[in-house]
Design a protein around this ligand. Structure first.
Ligand code: C2E
Ligand code: CA
Ligand code: CA
Length: 455
């Protein structure tokens, strides 16, 4: 609803109206939203009745603009605005706050269930095809809701909570609906606590790198090690890299963390026999940074590790956020002699085309297939197919998460040459890698390393 709708006497030439209106869709803009929310909040301040605000963001809008042109993009936004306005419940208000983002106020929605219900209704309405004259386009949309006063008493705080909820929806994929909740608030508090401790730990050089052996499945010979970050905080205790790595990415300090980790890992690897490689995980943020290849090379050169002994592991999901830059980074790494492995293969939105188009050297089959390989025929078939495909594409394969002799035997029978997992050893600290290598090189007996590694 524009100010004109509410006040038919207002003239559109009125500068106040213009300042409060989105020129493309005729909806209110962010300022108008702010006024609306402030007014409602002051009315409700004495009266405990809550109200709800929401943000909707169109999924994958940028490619639409790129593919069909800005005029088509504008047309879709106008149709979205029209649909949202048409199905707003009583007393509701909608504004456009960013290019493909709309916000609404729902004065009569008081709690989570009600918000989710409206979210589902909007989602259905927005998923119907958009008519662009010569073609129809289908889109999905993600939603974030926040309920006043729990999620914030002031405009900025309330909008931030809705935005946090929206971010969670986006993280879960397309077309998701999230309402800001006590659990989310708690998670954010915990995240902030971990963030502060981790920032301090990086400065104090307390984040360590451990190394998990990657072996030749046929005889257990160590071929290299994967570097895995390890951190135990005095107060928080052991924190899994599965938690602190994504947090460092989200909060923008993954670069400094990676730099220290890669430096430490390379310093250890430099002293291994030169036929052993170092495998290091690259985070998704680094795949959208065009300077990554240069930065990595600078670090290994400074340490003095031959870049040809370095392999970087990247996941498909990480490549998805900007495949163009990711391709550039991968090609540059390749050009300077650093190898690239595709990690967790089979779990992401696997596009086989990517295997052909990207300059990968290795594929790591995800643990979820390996743990099922002796139990489930379909897992076996998938692994067999991956192995055949990689052979045809001249890609090496590493099976991840091998825990039992049976799994190792099955993989060997299928023709898989390299593997990694607790059967061969968990990640150990730097000094232990030398013991493992030493033990193996002095006793050449088959499978001896298994006795040395902790199972
Ligand atoms: P990932 O790259 O897939 O690493 C393999 C994970 O599987 C490691 O967990 C490893 O300890 C675990 N694992 C290895 N063998 C077995 C096995 O036989 N059974 C079972 N159940 N698990 C096994 P971890 O160390 O907790 O790391 C979790 C994830 O955190 C890694 O998954 C990786 O995505 C990320 N990560 C760890 N270190 C780094 C790092 O230095 N940089 C970046 N960007 N990510 C890292
Ligand atoms: Ca990995
Ligand atoms: Ca993996």
């Amino acid at each position: 609803m524009t100010p004109e709708d509410e006040n038919p006497d207002a003239l559109s030439s009125n500068p106040k109206v213009v300042a409060y209106t989105d020129p493309l869709t005729g909806l209110g803009n962010r300022r108008r939203l702010m006024d609306k929310i402030r007014k409602l909040a002051s009315e409700r301040a004495d009266d405990p009745a809550p109200f709800t605000i929401g943000i909707v963001n169109i999924d994958g809008f940028k490619p639409i603009n790129d593919l069909f042109g800005h005029a088509s993009g504008d047309e879709i936004l106008c149709q979205v605005a029209h649909r949202l306005r048409a199905c707003l419940p009583d007393g509701g208000f909608v504004a456009r706050i960013e290019s493909d983002e709309f916000a609404f106020v729902l004065p009569l929605v008081f709690e989570k269930k009600g918000a989710e219900k409206i979210g589902r209704m909007f989602k259905d309405v927005l998923s119907a095809p958009y008519d662009l004259g010569d073609r129809n386009v289908r889109l999905s949309a993600s939603f974030g809701f926040a309920v006043y006063p729990f999620a914030g008493e002031q405009f900025a705080e309330l909008l931030k909570s809705a935005d946090t909820a929206l971010y969670r929806s986006k993280r879960r994929g397309r077309g998701q609906i999230t309402v800001y909740s006590e659990e989310i608030a708690e998670e954010i508090r915990r995240g902030t606590e971990i963030e502060q401790a981790l920032r301090r730990a990086i400065i104090a050089d307390e984040v360590a790198v451990h190394f998990q052996p990657i072996v030749d499945i046929a005889d257990g010979t160590i071929q290299g090690f994967e570097a895995l970050a390890r951190w135990t905080d005095r107060e928080l205790g052991f924190v899994s890299p599965g938690i602190f790595i994504p947090l460092a990415e989200e909060r923008g300090f993954i670069d400094s963390l990676t730099e220290t980790l890669l430096k430490k890992a390379a310093e250890t690897a430099k002293h291994w026999p030169s036929d052993l490689f170092l495998s290091f995980n690259l985070s998704s943020a680094q795949l959208i940074d065009p300077a990554t290849a240069f930065n990595v090379l600078a670090i290994v050169n400074r340490v003095g590790l031959d870049p040809r002994r370095l392999e970087l592991e990247i996941t498909e999901t990480a490549m998805m956020s900007d495949p163009e830059i990711a391709a550039k980074v991968v090609n540059e790494l390749h050009a300077i002699g650093i190898k690239v492995s595709l990690d967790d293969f089979g779990t992401g939105q696997s596009s086989l085309g990517r295997l052909r188009n990207f300059a990968f050297n290795k594929v790591k089959i995800d643990r979820s297939f390996i743990s099922e390989i002796t139990l489930d025929k379909s897992a076996e078939h998938i692994v067999r197919a991956i192995l055949m495909m990689c052979e045809g594409l001249n890609l090496k394969v590493i099976a991840e998460g091998i825990e039992t002799e049976e799994q190792a035997e099955k993989l060997s029978a299928l023709g898989c040459k390299s593997g990694q997992g607790w059967l061969y050893g968990k990640a150990v600290e730097a000094s232990k890698t030398f013991d493992l290598i030493e033990a193996q090189r002095s006793s050449q007996s088959v499978r001896s390393p298994i006795q040395v590694f902790s199972r």
